[in-house]
Design a protein. Structure first.
Length: 187
């Protein structure tokens, strides 16, 4: 018998001061049986930090042809593709040819996921438009702490000013520093 997904109900408040994004939303997120809670938190933070009208969670682990998050334009074409974790260089190379805005969100490991992505890139000769592919590095310790504190029903507030990130889970604060760059910076 196949394991079923665990559903999380999150009341999300976002205050992204630099971008002028203020959002209140109730979300239902599925934690896939093979997914770690930290990855669910990374997907949720990617949603909060990259939010704009039309951004949606995709099937992700249930469908290998979809990212963690994406946004379509008015014509139904993919306008933004957001990968969470360390996707293969081949996947990034292929997607960079068809998607105008590609983002990779990394969050775990000794260098918050950047080392794993760097090793993957070393295996591939080239990734198309690597300098244009954004890499957002979430603080791994913050992601782990939030995953540990978050229950299946939680109120979460995400506050970003510059590279400072504060996440409150049911009132408990967690702080960290975001890192921004491009895929080319890792090469």
């Amino acid at each position: 018998m196949a394991l079923s997904a665990t559903i999380f109900r999150i009341e999300l408040d976002v205050a992204d001061v630099d971008r002028g994004v203020y959002l209140q939303e109730k979300l239902r997120l599925a934690l896939h049986p093979s997914e770690e809670p930290e990855r669910l938190v990374a997907r949720l933070l990617a949603y909060a930090l990259r939010w704009q009208e039309g951004l949606r969670f995709a099937k992700d682990l249930a469908d290998a042809e979809e990212p963690a998050l994406w946004r379509h334009d008015d014509l139904g074409q993919v306008a933004e593709w957001i990968e969470v974790g360390a996707p293969t260089a081949r996947r990034l190379h292929i997607r960079s040819k068809s998607v105008p805005n590609l983002v990779v969100v990394v969050y775990k490991g000794p260098d918050d996921g950047r080392d794993a992505l760097r090793r993957e890139l070393a295996r591939e000769a080239r990734v198309h438009r690597a300098v244009e592919i954004e890499v957002l590095t979430l603080p791994g310790a913050l992601v782990s702490d939030v995953a540990e504190a978050m229950g299946r029903s939680a109120a979460m507030t995400v506050i970003r000013t510059g590279d400072a990130l504060q996440v409150l889970v049911d009132g408990a604060p967690f702080d960290g520093t975001l890192r921004f760059g491009s895929l080319a910076d890792l090469g």
